[in-house]
Design a protein around this ligand. Structure first.
Ligand code: ADQ
Length: 507
């Protein structure tokens, strides 16, 4: 499956840049190392394109202090970027996951601002930009992903003005009042300006970004166009717009229709003692997902006697995440304490209240879980999109089941026929749970049909082709301008390095 790339210095027409590669380097208990596919949504969305366009994927292999040569994996060229243990501590766990992540998710947890983390973020972003510049063919299209790499677009444009560059932010972009807390708020915006198209999950995210641009740079924005002007440079047009991400919906439905997966779903229900209603929560164990709010609502419903453990079981799957970051260790303790308390108070010898599982599952098992669940609970306090909501809908091919969905997940913009909730309103959430459990089959089917129509039509392939079409337009527009204005470089906006390196906060 894996072979070294034969031509050193090979260059590619289409390059994806993300923090993690679609394959992880793993070292087994026997000390043997191997590469394992990480079948995330992004890989599934981009795989066909990568194969057909001679694409390369630039990213980190998931292990510190190891360097690897580029190699081929399943028709994709993999270009590993090395990160040291120090980079992981400062750029990844620090600035990405303890500064940007909480800040971009409405400061649900307090963000930490340390200059040493920022310095590491700048230098690691430069390493990714250098790696992408080195493998991109003349006039290639480069698509950079997510909040860990927001300086890459401008760094890359400086190195390679010929490239067409896209950026997609998978998490929310916060309102200006929150964003403005970031000591490096201007540098991040300028780092993104190097892209021709900046994609967001929600219209609101793009609007928040445009507002931050106006407030911090004084540049003109005319939705979706930002007119980027730098000293002594002609104006550049950057598009900032919503491109809601999706899933490979057909593949979820296909799995759900398989008899062995349906049998597994029945087995899961049997294992829970065949309650009338199985409710399901599936999340990365993250404070943005509102797992605590969900548990509180369920616990109160049991305490008040509105629900009983004989009738309803909550199946909660929590995927381990960022286990070295303090806020995540605390969250795990808090969730597991609450689960223990609720079970201690309400479980009987024959029925548990909450069946809790702290682990990752293969795709087949995830689909069996979706099939086993009458009610799906997505109660995120803030979420870029939330693919779990879409996966549940895609798997319910017989139009049964109810999706309870937080208004604060990007998916709420598309999935109007879900039971929408404000997870901070515990009484409202409790009423929504009862309503979902009691919902007549005809209403379930009406709602689910509409949800499924949306998820099956706007799938991952449609998301990536729409984004790449916007990039192709940008390229077309640039080449039209280029033929009128010479030299090409005059059109380029370049970042002021002094601004990037300016330190404005104490750590
Ligand atoms: P995440 O925060 O990781 O993604 P989400 O969109 O829900 O959140 O995606 C989670 C993925 O992990 C889903 O595909 C789900 O099936 C899978 N998963 C969850 N629990 C699992 C388990 N126990 N075992 C195996 N797989 C599990 C970020 C943003 C989101 C945005 C996505 C995509 O935070 O808002 O939707 O990127 O852009």
């Amino acid at each position: 499956m894996i072979a070294p790339i034969s031509a050193p210095g090979a260059t590619y027409e289409f390059v994806v840049v993300s923090n993690r590669l679609p394959v992880d380097h793993v070292i087994g208990a026997d000390g043997e190392s191997s590469w394992q596919r990480s079948p995330g949504g992004l890989v599934t969305a981009l795989e066909p394109l990568m194969r057909s366009t001679d694409g390369a994927w630039v990213g980190w292999a998931g292990q510190p202090d190891l360097e690897f040569e580029p190699f081929e994996s399943d028709g994709m060229s993999i270009v590993p970027v090395p990160l040291t243990a120090n980079d992981i501590e400062n750029y990844y766990e620090g600035f990405s996951n303890d500064t940007l992540w909480p800040l971009y998710h409405d400061v649900i947890a307090p963000p930490s601002f340390y200059r040493v983390w920022w310095d590491s973020y700048v230098s690691v972003n430069k390493r990714f930009a250098d790696a992408a510049a080195a493998v991109s063919a003349q006039n290639a299209v480069v698509w950079v992903h997510d909040y860990q790499l927001q300086l890459v677009p401008t760094m890359l444009r400086e190195l390679r003005p010929d490239l067409t560059i896209g950026f997609f932010n998978h998490i929310p972009f916060p309102p200006y009042g929150i964003y403005s807390q970031l000591p490096w708020r201007r540098q991040i915006i300028e780092g993104l300006f190097g892209a021709d198209v900046i994609g967001f999950q929600r219209v609101q995210d793009a609007a928040n970004f445009s507002r931050a641009v106006r407030r911090l740079t004084g540049m003109t924005t005319r939705n979706p166009v930002i007119e980027v002007r730098a000293k002594n440079q002609p104006m550049r047009r950057v598009i900032a717009k919503a491109f809601p991400i999706s899933i490979d919906a057909a593949s979820f439905e296909e799995l759900a229709r398989q008899p062995h997966i349906q049998a597994r779903a029945r087995e899961i229900r049997d294992g829970l003692g065949n309650p009338k209603t199985v409710m399901l929560g599936v999340d990365r164990l993250d404070y943005t997902k509102g797992i605590g709010h969900r548990l509180q609502a369920f616990g109160e419903l049991l305490a008040e006697g509105r629900l009983s453990v004989e009738d309803v079981t909550l199946l909660q799957v929590a995927n381990p995440s960022r286990e070295r970051v303090k806020a995540y260790m605390d969250l795990r303790d808090e969730i597991e304490l609450t689960v223990g308390r609720i079970n201690g108070d309400f479980a009987t010898m024959s029925h548990t209240a909450i069946s809790y599982h702290h682990r990752g599952y293969p795709r087949d098992e995830m689909v069996a879980l979706y099939l086993a669940a009458d009610v799906m609970l997505v109660t995120a306090l803030r979420d870029g999109m939330n693919l779990v909501a879409k996966e549940y809908v895609a798997s319910r091919f017989d139009d049964t089941g109810v999706l309870i969905l937080s208004e604060f997940a990007g998916a709420a913009d598309e999935l109007h026929r879900a039971v929408l909730v404000n997870p901070h309103d515990i009484d409202g959430l409790k009423d929504a749970i009862v309503r979902a459990i009691e919902m007549p089959h005809r209403e379930q089917a009406r709602r689910m049909r509409s949800l499924r129509k949306r998820v099956l039509e706007y799938d991952a392939a449609r998301w990536s082709t729409t984004f790449l079409a916007a990039l192709a337009d940008a390229r077309q527009r640039r080449s039209t301008l280029d033929s009128r204005l010479d030299p090409i470089d005059d059109l380029e906006w370049t970042i002021d390095r002094r601004t990037v390196n300016r330190r404005t906060a104490d750590g």
